[in-house]
Design a binder for this molecule. Structure first.
Ligand code: ASP
Length: 342
């Protein structure tokens, strides 16, 4: 059984920086060597340092190249993959990987909240757990998983919920898929479905400028990643920035109040935007499904959907933004249909 371990950086790989603070310095091999007992686990590891960046500096281009590397490794017989990276963006990178990875080999993303210079650093335990999940036959077919603090999360549900806690990752919709106990993965829940976008790509697209935005799904693939703006509804915001944002965007995601509500003054702006670009309605609450048929007043979900907004289902605004960006970049023909799976 061979597992590929790919290091992208993040706190798990960070040590003191000459300018103060910590920054990514450790190679993936150094991370693996720091894990007690891993070499006796009977799992062959193919260890690669791929990037050494903080989570915030990763790009979709990096993920596209990572996917190519993983596909080659799976084709050559690796049974699964572990990716180590900054926790700041795991909820997004893991979701992007889950959309684009269609094979049975599990891709397990992990990281650390306490860097290796701190007492109680959690990187070695998380890496050990991630390797064991990637090698577990029960994880096959589950796509991309996130493993930290001995919990196994589905990539399309997981959220970072706390700035510093080692138990920061949670799945508000449905809970974890399973747990690690005594060094073994125990999968208790299997997702009812797995949504992927076969044939789409995250590879860095050819450079090109796309101003002004003229996005429609019918235009076919774009020359550069689509610009998708995420904008949050807040008390008393009159929405006057919306026309500007919409004009400069290929797609818009609204992190709405509650089950999908915005101030009434936003309604004409969103209606106008939705005539030109896809506008997705997600909730800023952090859990639950956007409603579609409950509230009837202007700015409520029924009204907004009737004016052309696309409900995000259970997808949080960050994942909804990524899905829309990938769909638009690929020229996907049915954006509402894709969100209907959420
Ligand atoms: N700032 C770090 C990063 O995302 C946080 C972490 O890894 O936990 O790279």
């Amino acid at each position: 059984m061979r597992i590929i371990v790919v290091g992208l950086g993040g706190t798990i790989a960070m040590t003191g920086h000459r300018n103060g603070g910590v920054a990514p310095t450790l190679s993936a091999s150094e991370l693996v060597e720091a894990v007690p007992g891993l070499s006796e686990a009977g799992i062959e590891l193919d260890v690669r340092s791929f990037r050494n960046r903080p989570g915030a500096a990763l790009t979709l281009g990096d993920l596209g190249e990572l996917l190519s590397l993983l596909r080659e490794s799976f084709a050559a017989g690796a049974a699964g993959a572990v990716v180590t990276q900054g926790t700041d963006t795991i909820e997004e990178t893991a979701y992007a990987l889950s959309l684009l990875h269609t094979g049975d080999e599990p891709i397990v993303v992990t990281g650390a909240m306490r860097n290796p210079t701190l007492a109680g650093a959690d990187g070695p335990a998380n890496l050990s757990a991630a390797v064991r999940v990637a090698a577990d036959p029960g994880a096959r077919g589950l796509g991309c998983l996130v493993v930290l603090a001995d919990e196994i999360h589905a990539a399309d549900r997981v959220r970072k919920t706390h700035t510093t806690s080692v138990a920061t990752f949670a799945s508000p919709n449905g809970g974890p898929l399973g747990y690690l106990a005594e060094g073994r993965a125990h999968l208790l829940n299997r997702p009812a479905r797995r949504y992927t976008l076969p044939g789409e790509s995250l590879a860095a697209p050819a450079r090109g400028t796309r101003l002004p935005a003229v996005p429609t799904a019918d235009d076919g693939p774009l020359a550069a990643p689509a610009r998708v703006t995420l904008y949050t509804a807040t008390l008393g915001d009159d929405g006057s920035l919306l026309p500007l944002l919409a004009e400069r965007s290929d797609g818009l995601v609204i992190a709405a109040l509650g089950v999908g509500h915005v101030p009434e003054s936003w309604v004409p702006h969103l209606e106008a935007a939705a005539r030109r670009i896809p506008v997705v309605l997600a909730s800023r609450t952090g859990g639950g499904r956007v409603a579609t048929s409950t509230y009837g007043y202007p700015g409520a979900e029924r009204d907004l959907i009737a004016r052309g907004l696309i409900p995000a289902g259970f997808l949080d605004p960050y994942k909804a933004r990524l899905l829309l960006q990938i769909l638009l970049t690929a020229g996907h023909p049915d954006i509402p249909g894709a969100f209907a799976h959420s």
